[in-house]
Design a protein around this ligand. Structure first.
Ligand code: 3H9
Length: 653
């Protein structure tokens, strides 16, 4: 074996060269790796004792794509398209041996090889669109040649990966083999091809070009899914305008489009989010030396909306769950909610019937705290009432096994108060799920004063198993997300008194990219949350609306009027009510521009985010971005509130 430069090693098996690239963690095709591949391929070509080459990777995966950390920086030669072209133009056969995930530039490199052998467990895809990009190393021209235009567009505009078997059916892979024989089989195939000097170049395949109408229809059909992002439409453009051109001209065109997208606001924001989602896992004091606690049995106290949702999330991840309620009726209702959510999963295709049945079989409904004695983790999901929660903690502390973790699903309250009601404050943590808990990706992990590192590490692992993104937050009222949400709500309420139209505010928030504006969100959640008729004094717009039985979607009237299909319409009555309220309170009304409304809505909550950061409640600004993207519908392509605030110069430098 010849080690070329610490990254590439060129081995020989008879007259076949085996180039193995080893660049942990994911063999991203950064400058050093590109150079290593190029040098090795050129050395192979010049070596008369070698008739064919296999390109493989060491470690957990074949190349996982271009190195995202290099994007936006001055390009370093050779670029990836050049490397792929050199491979494809080789006069001797080159075989890719694919394991793990061949993604983005990794798959593009494989498509530049003459043959592709993959391990059974491998997957591949072109996920560039998720970074606001298009495949920029020939992917928009080679993939349609291999799998047809329609499938290529679907793969590139969704960015979703496919498994080896599907790739084989599509003609993207030539062979799939058991994982342990991958290299042997790739070498054997290379040897066979060497005998006939077979170099099958993807660029030489004559593509079938659909009529222009097909592209138009594709864009129309997917208009909603593509939304405002430029990348999916640019992918369609690259295919549509590139395929009729000569290959080199088409890839030059692709490169121009790629570089334009690279400099787009959307791609910069999406790349920021890519790294932010990985950084949340890095928590000071938790490292490889921290030993997480084993969790297989989870107790959930409270079978309301949150408790049932948490139970479903845990059941779907394969945990057994003890769901505890106080009365037969509440327990029966909770069990039915769990069953209904699982059924919905089956009808929407997210879950198989047998998986749903198995999940329900792992549910143990109970009226006895004593049944929680076997649980490794108990999550309290009772009403947001500190006294109720405190008494639950005190009770379960006496029943739970000593090593069990006790968690609260509070949205606002002080985790240390509950820890103080137990004899194991180091085992107490906040696990703030978001509704619907089986769907929403965010899990705020609230670190109490005494929460032990291994408890935090266990919560992080639990989140991963539940398919959630965990963000560690300090213990302060509303933690990260709800504290900022409260500010946004306060500002929106003040703006409508000062003359801004609530429906304009919603429209502007939705144009910005939120799925719903703040007033539609309030109507959906119910305006009567925390409201009681007996104490209501028409002191706020919300109180006035509740007094009129306009309590939101549930009464088909709130800030909006709703028809029987719950379609919202602006309400003249509400507009008048707000005007009268402003007059009564002597609030001066004025007209607001769209930009003033947007800034009025976002800037104060972002400034609150800065305070959260300064107080150490969030570990880093990008953690706050992740919270808002995965818990509050902040548009991913806008990078999160702190990213946006910095871009708008709303934050101290
Ligand atoms: C592209 O290819 C453009 C081309 O068309 C054209 C070029 C001209 N670059 O996710 P993990 C890091 S665009 C740099 O936790 P997993 C990641 O930040 C690219 N770094 O592991 C993390 O670092 P840290 C298209 C990368 O096992 C560490 O690796 N490709 C890259 O859960 C581990 O990552 C993609 O979009 C990268 N490309 O999942 C694929 N990838 O430890 C992106 C990862 O410091 N990658 N890192 O936090 C993935 O989807 C997952 O990482 C993968 C492994 C599935 C591969």
């Amino acid at each position: 074996m010849t080690s070329l430069d610490g990254i590439a090693a060129l081995d020989t098996r008879g007259r076949v060269g085996v180039l193995t690239i080893n660049s942990p963690p994911v063999n991203a095709l950064g400058h050093a790796v590109r150079l290593a591949v190029l040098n090795a391929v050129q050395a192979f070509e010049a070596n008369e004792t070698l008739d064919a080459l296999v390109i493989a990777c060491a470690g957990r995966t074949f190349f996982a794509g271009g190195d995202i950390r290099e994007f936006g920086k001055p390009p370093l030669s050779p670029n990836l398209p050049q490397v792929v072209n050199v491979i494809e133009k080789s006069a001797k056969p080159v075989v890719a041996a694919i394991h793990g995930t061949a993604l983005g530039g990794g798959l593009e490199l494989a498509m530049g090889c003459h043959f592709r052998v993959a391990a059974q467990s491998a997957a591949c895809g072109l996920p560039e669109v998720k970074l606001g990009l298009l495949p920029g190393a020939g992917g928009t021209q080679r993939l349609p040649r291999l799998v047809g235009v329609s499938k290529a567009l679907d793969m590139m505009t969704s960015g979703e990966s496919i498994g080896a078997a599907e790739a084989m059916n599509l003609g993207l892979f030539d062979e799939i083999v058991p994982d342990h024989v991958l290299l042997d089989r790739a070498v054997a195939l290379a040897g066979e091809k060497a005998k006939t000097q077979a170099t099958r170049r993807t660029r030489d395949i004559v593509p079938e070009i659909p009529p222009a109408d097909d592209f138009d229809r594709y864009l129309t059909t997917h208009a909603k899914k593509f939304g405002k992002l430029p990348a999916p439409r640019t992918i369609v453009q690259a295919v549509r305008e590139g395929l009729p051109l000569a290959f080199e001209a088409a890839t030059d065109f692709e490169r121009t489009l790629f570089l334009d997208l690279m400099n787009s606001d959307e791609s910069m924001a999406l790349r920021h989010v890519f790294f932010a989602e990985r950084d949340v896992l890095k928590v000071p004091g938790i490292g490889s030396e921290t030993v997480p606690l084993p969790v297989s049995r989870i107790g959930v106290i409270g079978a309301g909306t949150m408790g049932a949702g948490i139970a479903v999330s845990a059941l779907q991840a394969g945990f057994s769950v003890i769901l505890v309620e106080q009365t037969e009726g509440a327990l029966e209702k909770g069990r039915n909610t769990v069953a209904k959510i699982l059924d919905r999963g089956v009808s929407s295709g997210r879950l198989t019937r047998s998986a749903a049945d198995a999940a329900l079989g792992n549910l143990q409904p109970s009226l006895q705290y004593h049944d929680l004695a076997s649980a490794d983790l108990i999550i309290e999901a009772a009403f947001e009432d500190p006294d109720v929660k405190k008494s639950i903690f005190s009770a379960i502390d006496k029943i739970a096994k000593p090593e069990a973790i006790l968690a609260t699903n509070t949205s606002y309250l002080d985790v240390d108060v509950f820890a103080g009601a137990t004899t194991r404050s180091e085992k107490v943590v906040g696990l703030h799920f978001f509704s619907p808990a089986n769907i929403m990706k965010l899990l705020e992990i609230v670190r109490g004063k005494q929460t032990a590192p291994e408890v935090l590490a266990t919560a992080q692992i639990l989140a991963k198993k539940l398919g959630k993104i965990p963000v560690v937050a300090g213990n302060a009222y509303g933690f990260i997300g709800n504290r900022m949400l409260a500010v946004r709500r306060r500002e929106a309420d003040q703006m409508i008194l000062a003359g801004a139209d609530p429906y304009a505010i919603d429209r502007i928030a939705e144009d910005f990219g939120f799925p719903m504006g703040p007033f539609r969100v309030s109507d959906l959640a119910g305006l009567d949350l925390g409201w009681t008729a007996s104490t209501s004094k028409s002191a706020t717009i919300r109180e006035c609306l509740c007094e009129l039985d306009r309590r939101g979607q549930k009464t088909k009237a709130g800030f909006y009027d709703y028809d029987h299909n719950l379609n919202p319409a602006p309400s003249p009555l509400v507009r008048k009510l707000i005007e009268d309220f402003s007059a009564r309170e002597h609030v001066k009304r004025r007209t607001w521009s769209d930009q003033e409304i947007l800034e009025g809505l976002l800037r104060p909550m972002i400034e609150e985010g800065q305070k959260i950061l300064d107080e150490g409640i969030a570990l880093r600004a990008s953690d706050i971005d992740v919270v808002w993207i995965h818990g509050y519908g902040w548009p991913r392509w806008r990078g999160g509130p702190m990213y946006y605030g910095a871009k708008m110069n709303w934050l101290p430098a």
